[in-house]
Design a protein around this ligand. Structure first.
Ligand code: UDP
Ligand code: MG
Length: 154
């Protein structure tokens, strides 16, 4: 089954929204394969946001992502990368559609609640960046057969 890397950003931790955001992913039917709290250092953030290091907002983004520890999660599901990107909405929370996580909980382009991998290839890299192999668990919840039709799980 496909996996994706989620970060509940410091603003989400500070605003007490961790439980609510995780609840939305669980209620959707996504499987938590890994979850932990981490204080992110410069090195991992420069690697994770390598596509943005030259942007003028990068120093502010770095500081924002280090304001408190974050919650990192590996979620599993069929087409989970696309499903989660649709659930979180547009990068700028003010433009994100109501009903999306950013659209419902955020008011900022930077403080936008959550990170989610943008492709299956990047998801594999990002899960390896934030988790050791022993921290990711491969199990089948008993609810799986009520979440998917059998042929969707092949
Ligand atoms: N970001 C920002 N200003 C911008 C664009 C991005 O502060 O103009 C921050 C924002 O927190 C965003 C992160 O940089 O989530 C990564 O940007 P990306 O373009 O990868 O957006 P995402 O994949 O998070 O939607
Ligand atoms: Mg991105």
């Amino acid at each position: 089954m496909q996996q994706t890397l989620i970060i509940l950003k410091p603003s989400t931790v500070q605003r007490g929204l961790v439980g609510e955001v995780i609840d939305r992913f669980q209620k959707k039917g996504l499987i938590i394969a890994g979850i932990k709290m981490m204080q992110l250092g410069d090195e991992i953030l420069r690697e994770h946001y390598a596509h943005l290091v030259d942007k003028p907002f990068f120093p502010s983004l770095l500081k924002s992502m280090q304001a408190t520890p974050v919650i990192v999660m590996c979620l599993r599901g069929v087409d989970v990368v696309e499903v989660v990107r649709a659930m979180i909405g547009a990068t700028n929370s003010r433009k994100a559609a109501p009903g999306t996580i950013r659209g419902d909980y955020g008011m900022s382009g930077q403080e936008n609640i959550v990170h989610a991998s943008d492709s299956p290839e990047n998801a594999e890299i990002e899960v390896r960046r934030f988790f050791a192999p022993g921290e990711i668990f491969d199990y089948s919840p008993v609810t799986l057969s009520a979440t998917y039709a059998a042929d969707e799980l092949k």
